[in-house]
Design a protein around this ligand. Structure first.
Ligand code: ATP
Ligand code: MG
Length: 332
């Protein structure tokens, strides 16, 4: 038995997972404190699901260990399972059953019987604001309702720790915000929450602390504010219609700006103030056919880029039409 450090809920020590020759999670260590929302932020294939699955005893570590509420995920798997709830990336609710019956099934799997099981299922349904849909079959649920149902299913036994693997992937903004509110409400109830995401807004909005993960490594950890403080100034992203001209644009821009580089097909100019630098940038690019131009202020995506040299995902950009109008204004 491991001695409980009262404030630590999850203590990860050198956790490692190999799939054949692939090192999916490479000696990762971190701590999550009780009542925290802790996010693993990283792109596809970073090792987020593998990490969370080892913590939730769904996959066995190749090396290392982690302690969830003091229990080893290698040696005390049954005890770990009693104190956790898991919402997997691939949804598990039975389409043919009602929402309520899905939750009830989970309450029974956790050993509750009769009235008590029903009460617990109903409480979880209410917490996730699904009363109205509770008696409808899951096949008629919207994407957001399904996600909320999955969370209801995972909290029917009052877990101390909740694992959410990509809780809002594929949802519209409104459904996403609704889930964020409910996750925050769970935190208020004292639940320790560890989630994975590749949405930087999600990590920024929800988390007390974030671990940025790439290729099985934690490359940075801290509060969103701590992490954002690592990148200073704005970045201007330029995409040219003709990729072959990137080298030329780098050269032209480098004459006036001292931090210009290529990243994922974009020319990226780091500046103190984009408002001040923009007219100059537009002038220097007047002989190039620009497909896209955008300004990015410090955010977690930028931190990720700075640390890893590649992006978390594609972002919305502002269009070429707007740029051409801007060009005309500058030229005239
Ligand atoms: N069962 C498995 N067998 C072999 N390789 C696997 C297995 N599961 C995951 N991998 C590989 O391990 C790496 C990490 O995968 P993982 O699913 O943990 O990443 P992730 O960060 O959750 O990605 P995503 O954002 O796509 O969910 C990837 O390269 C993946 O292809
Ligand atoms: Mg995953």
């Amino acid at each position: 038995m491991v001695t409980l450090l009262s404030e630590v809920s999850i203590d990860v020590r050198g956790l490692t997972k190999r799939y054949g020759s692939l090192l999916a999670v490479d000696h990762v260590s971190f701590k999550v404190y009780r009542g925290e929302i802790y996010s693993l932020l990283g792109p596809n294939g970073a090792g987020k699901t593998t990490t969370i699955s080892m913590l939730a005893t769904l996959r066995m570590p190749t090396e290392g260990d982690a302690f969830v509420e003091g229990y080893s995920v290698v040696r005390e798997r049954t005890k770990v399972r009693k104190v956790i709830g898991v919402v997997p990336q691939d949804l598990t609710a039975d389409d043919e059953l009602t929402g309520f019956d899905n939750v009830l099934l989970m309450a029974r799997l956790h050993g509750y019987r009769g009235k008590e099981a029903e009460e617990r299922a109903w409480d979880a349904i209410k917490f996730m604001e699904l009363e109205d849909a509770a008696k409808r079959r899951v096949m008629y649920y919207s994407g957001g309702m399904r996600r909320r149902l999955e969370i209801a299913m995972s909290i029917a036994h009052d877990p101390k720790v909740l694992f959410l693997d990509e809780p809002t992937v594929g949802l519209d903004v409104q459904s996403r915000r609704h889930i964020w509110d409910l996750v925050r409400a769970l935190k208020k109830e004292g639940v320790t929450i560890i989630l994975t995401t590749h949405y930087m807004e999600e990590a920024e909005e929800l988390s007390d602390r974030v671990a940025i993960i790439d290729h099985g490594h934690i490359v940075a950890e801290g509060t969103p504010e701590d992490l954002k403080a690592k990148v200073k100034g704005d970045r201007v992203y330029v995409k040219l219609k003709n990729g072959a001209e990137v080298a030329k644009a780098l050269e032209v821009l480098s004459r006036e700006f001292n931090d210009v580089k290529e990243m994922d097909g974009y020319v990226v100019i780091k500046v103190e103030s984009s408002a001040e630098a923009m007219p100059q940038i537009i002038k220097l690019l007047s002989n190039f056919d620009v497909a896209e131009l955008r300004v990015v202020r410090p955010n977690l995506e930028e931190v990720f880029l700075e640390l890893t040299g590649h992006g978390l995902r594609e972002e919305e950009s502002f269009d070429a039409f707007k740029f051409r109008r801007l060009m005309r204004a500058v030229r005239s």
